[in-house]
Ligand binder design. Structure first.
Ligand code: PLP
Length: 372
């Protein structure tokens, strides 16, 4: 026994470096220091909840997507999928009047954001964004060992006038438009001017743009440094499929293709997404329903004394009378309704509520009415 102990001279040093899981010594410093991304709650108990916390779409995906899934040949899964996703990229290019070479597809738009960070922001360099905005952005910078500069939005969540000055020197800017979790948009002219003047990459994250009055797709053809990022998770009701894409100049896309995992989009997502993208009518109808519910929920909550940020997305950001948003979040959860609460000085007075079906919205409002 004594002999065994003698063969472990490093043991003491190793245990000094351990965290409580005993893993600390293995990780890069950047990973050790960072907090991981905290996704919205996905309840284990499926039924019983009105789930309005992760901006999923309450309606089913297009029947064309269901048909593609049903008709898929299991035998085809034996082979790797097309690494270039040509059919899907052609379908996306067709929707936006671009060429396949302008389209990169990914395993959700989170994958696109990861690829972009790896491509454009080196260790020790700066990635800029806004605060509050999508909380994955600082996590991606941290993984890369890069600095994240988060420029505060104005009190009403509008773009600060000195935004361009504040992000100067950064390699890339992530700009969510409409923004999350606030739901508002930024004037397109300001964004366009910023893209023209900024020397680095501007990635405009349009995860929610199908629900908005306008978008920045045309900036792709005007500026070589612009990437637009889209997802099928929201407007196409396909969050579980994991399909996102970037639109950009041919040079940007071909460089990003070098960095993506070879088979980052599986065979089934390629088939189902191609089918769903073809059903423009279904998309338009779904978006119209969500926008209608968004407007009626916004005005009902305003009527109850909530401060509601004008939304261009499939969710609203609203502050209850008195500002006790955390209490509202907990009380709603106790009533079986999940919304999202983001603590912090800029966001702590608000809850973010995804737009549900008409029936879910009526239940939500009836519950809130009893509280205020
Ligand atoms: C602004 C923004 N971008 C990207 C995403 C990620 O979407 P995906 O499901 O395509 O990874 C989200 C998800 O909520 C988001 O809010």
């Amino acid at each position: 026994m004594a002999c065994v102990l003698q063969t472990l001279p490093c043991r003491k040093t190793v245990s000094l470096q351990r965290d409580k899981l005993g893993m600390q010594k293995y990780f890069r410093d950047a990973i050790d220091k960072m907090e991981g991304y905290a996704p919205g709650e996905q309840p284990r108990r499926a039924g019983g909840w009105i789930k309005l916390n992760t901006n999923e779409n309450p309606y089913p995906p297009s029947p064309m997507a269901a048909k593609a899934l049903n008709e898929a040949d299991p035998a085809a899964l034996r082979l790797y999928p097309d690494p270039e996703c040509r059919e899907l990229r052609k379908a996306i290019a067709g929707v936006y009047g671009l060429r396949m070479e302008n389209v990169l597809v990914g395993n959700g738009s989170d994958d696109i954001l990861t690829i972009a960070t790896r491509c454009f922001v080196g260790e020790g360099e700066t990635l800029s964004t806004l605060e509050p905005s999508y909380s994955l952005y600082p996590v991606l910078a941290a993984i890369q060992g890069a600095e994240c500069r988060a420029v505060p939005l104005e009190k009403d969540f509008s773009l600060p006038a000195d935004f361009a000055k504040n992000v100067s020197g950064s390699r890339m800017v992530f700009l969510a438009r409409p923004n999350a979790p606030t739901g508002n948009s930024f004037p397109k002219d300001d964004v366009s001017k910023f893209c023209a003047d900024f020397p680095g990459i501007v990635l405009i994250d349009e995860a929610y743009a199908d629900f908005a009055d306008d978008n920045c797709i045309d900036l792709v053809s005007e500026h070589l440094n612009v990437l637009i990022c889209r997802t099928l998770s929201k407007s196409y009701s396909l969050a579980g499929l994991r399909l996102g894409f970037a639109l950009g100049s041919e040079g940007l896309v071909s460089g990003m293709m070098k960095v993506k995992d070879s088979y980052n989009v599986g065979l089934l997502p390629q088939l189902i997404a191609t089918a769903a993208l073809g059903d423009r009518e279904y998309l338009a109808e779904g978006v119209m329903k969500i926008r209608g519910t968004r407007e009626s929920l916004s005005s009902a909550l305003s009527g109850l004394g909530f401060d509601v940020v004008p939304s261009q997305a499939n969710f609203i950001f609203a502050s209850p009378p008195g500002g006790e948003a955390e209490k509202l979040y907990r009380d709603l959860k106790d009533s079986g309704i999940l919304v999202r609460y983001f603590p912090g000085p800029a966001t702590g007075r608000f809850v973010r509520i995804s737009i549900g079906t008409g029936e879910q919205t009526r239940d939500l409002l009836a519950t809130i009415q009893k509280m205020f």
